[in-house]
Design a protein around this ligand. Structure first.
Ligand code: ADP
Length: 486
């Protein structure tokens, strides 16, 4: 690790942030945060206990009514200042993300801008919260609706976008007037702690945002879900954990937002612009080394263009340089840890055993660090596990089809429904495909759909609710309806 990264880690808080105060864990224990490029610890972070989780919720509850009563312009300006501070500190924050998560510095800088954008967007939405005043159809009464904050929220985030997945929740929660307890992923707590520090600098009052990194999320989160004062859970992570949390959230009938797994098909139709499709595929597949729930998981390509698409994609994938994210020449950084890398190894092995062949890559590299090379699998059979499970890695798996209807049916043949990508030059084919694809989001002639101004979210096993866009703030508001006889 470079001394530059040492400085950044050295100046980032490593304690719990509760009620506006940095503190050690009540058990005085810490847990290591590893650099995935070396497998070695770069920091030790306070390990929150069940008692700390309770203290964090106490602080969020204490701050709750005063924060909810602040003028929306006041909340908006804090978010706007936090946006500006994030942008000013792009280099430092990017270095921190790269150190604990592994992605190349350029991608981390992209994440900082994307993450900051949620704060700016919700700074703008905070002042546009509004209710309605209507006359009932019978004329007998007036209908008044007024939104108010849902109350204390628990925000649980994953490691793949340690800043953006957090601001996508914190932005709307704070804009709506909610206070929060943040439980970041154990692999990447430093980014969340750095963000809390920055929010304080932006003027956020004590207790509004509390951060409790922990190496044992099950019991700390369970304690919070058992507490009737908690009113909302927003989670981004695996479908498996999401299901478990949804069950637990039913005890106190919590409001929930769930951004879960995906299995994105990337469809290349016979009339697609192949060069554009290849460029889009590189983004859809390789952004974040494929460690994204919106990463293209299955390439479904029309027979008539399969050879050209495969050759061009393989050659672009072969140009990528793999190396530590801190090296400015790296395009592809390490995988987050051995568990994730082993999952990729097993999926590729299974596909090859069933008849797929690797046009590029296909074998993990020895350490140090957890590297897996850009890989292209062709002729992946329909029964390979890689068609059903999230790869979360730099592996492009291709199948070809003789018929567009068959491709669309294969695209929908999954329990997931987050995003689908489609390349065609026909407007009517694109518009009918948007209706036919059973997905919460569709990218048409684009390999990227993420946008703070758009409602991100899936259907089926991919989740509940939307993040970003005008819809994002509704997840943190509940309506009071008053029936009025005038
Ligand atoms: P991944 O497999 O990508 O790490 P997870 O769903 O396990 O995805 O993790 C996403 C987030 O959920 C992380 O913050 C993690 O600490 C948290 N988490 C994992 N398991 C549990 C659990 N049983 N209870 C509460 N939170 C959990």
């Amino acid at each position: 690790m470079s001394s530059g990264s040492d400085d950044i880690v050295g100046t980032t808080p490593t304690q719990l942030f509760i009620g506006g105060t940095w503190s050690s864990s009540s058990s005085a224990t810490t847990f290591p945060v590893d650099d995935p490029a070396t497998g070695r610890p770069v920091a030790y972070v306070a390990d929150a206990t069940v008692a700390d989780a309770r203290s964090a919720l106490d602080a969020a509850c204490r701050a709750g009514s005063e924060w909810a009563a602040t003028p929306s312009r006041y909340r908006s300006e804090i978010l706007r200042r936090a946006f500006a501070l994030m942008m000013e500190r792009t280099d430092r924050l990017a270095a921190l993300v790269t150190t604990e998560m592994g992605k190349p510095l350029g991608e981390s800088a992209g994440e900082v801008a994307y993450a900051a954008e949620f704060l700016r967007w919700f700074a703008e939405e905070a002042v546009r919260i509004g209710g309605e005043y209507r006359t009932s159809p019978s004329g007998a009464s007036r209908i008044l609706t007024s939104p108010r904050p849902v109350g204390p929220c628990l925000l649980i985030t994953p490691w793949n976008f340690p800043l953006a997945m957090l601001t996508r929740k914190i932005g709307p929660a704070l804009a709506a007037g909610c206070t929060v307890v943040v439980k970041p992923a154990e692999q990447t707590p430093l980014s969340a702690l750095a963000l809390a520090d920055l929010l304080v600098e932006a003027g956020l009052p004590a207790g509004v945002c509390n951060v409790i990194p922990t190496s044992h999320p099950e019991d700390t989160v369970s304690t919070l879900l058992d507490d009737p004062r908690l009113r909302k859970l927003s989670f981004t992570g695996s479908t498996e954990t999401g299901r478990l949390l949804l069950r637990r959230a039913s005890d106190h009938v919590l409001r929930t937002s769930m951004e879960l797994g995906g299995n994105a098909p990337f469809l290349v139709l016979a009339d697609a612009d192949i060069d554009a499709a290849v460029s889009g595929a590189m983004v859809a597949k390789m952004r974040n080394m494929g460690e994204s729930c919106v990463a293209a998981n299955r390439f479904l390509v029309h027979d008539s263009v399969a050879e050209e698409f495969t050759t061009k994609l393989t050659s672009r994938m072969a140009e990528l340089r793999m190396g530590p994210g801190t090296d400015p020449t790296s395009d592809v950084g390490p995988i987050i840890d051995t568990i994730q890398r082993d999952r990729i190894i097993n999926l590729v092995e299974d596909a090859r055993m069933r008849g797929a062949h690797a046009a590029l890559g296909g074998a993990a590299l020895d350490g140090p660090g957890f590297f897996y090379p850009p890989t292209v699998l062709v002729d992946t059979p329909g029964d390979a596990a890689i068609n059903d499970q999230e790869i979360f890695g730099p592996v492009a798996s291709l199948r070809s089809f003789a018929d567009t209807g068959e491709m669309l049916a294969a695209a929908n043949d999954t329990d997931y429904g987050l995003v689908a990508f489609l390349y065609t030059q026909s407007l009517s084919t694109a518009l009918s495909a948007i209706d036919a694809l059973d997905y919460g989001m569709v990218g048409i002639n684009r390999g990227l759909v993420s946008d703070a101004a758009a409602p991100f979210g899936g259907v089926k096993n991919s989740g509940l609710g939307r993040e970003g866009g005008r819809e994002g703030i509704d997840e943190y508001l509940s309506l009071t309806y008053a029936s009025i006889d005038i």
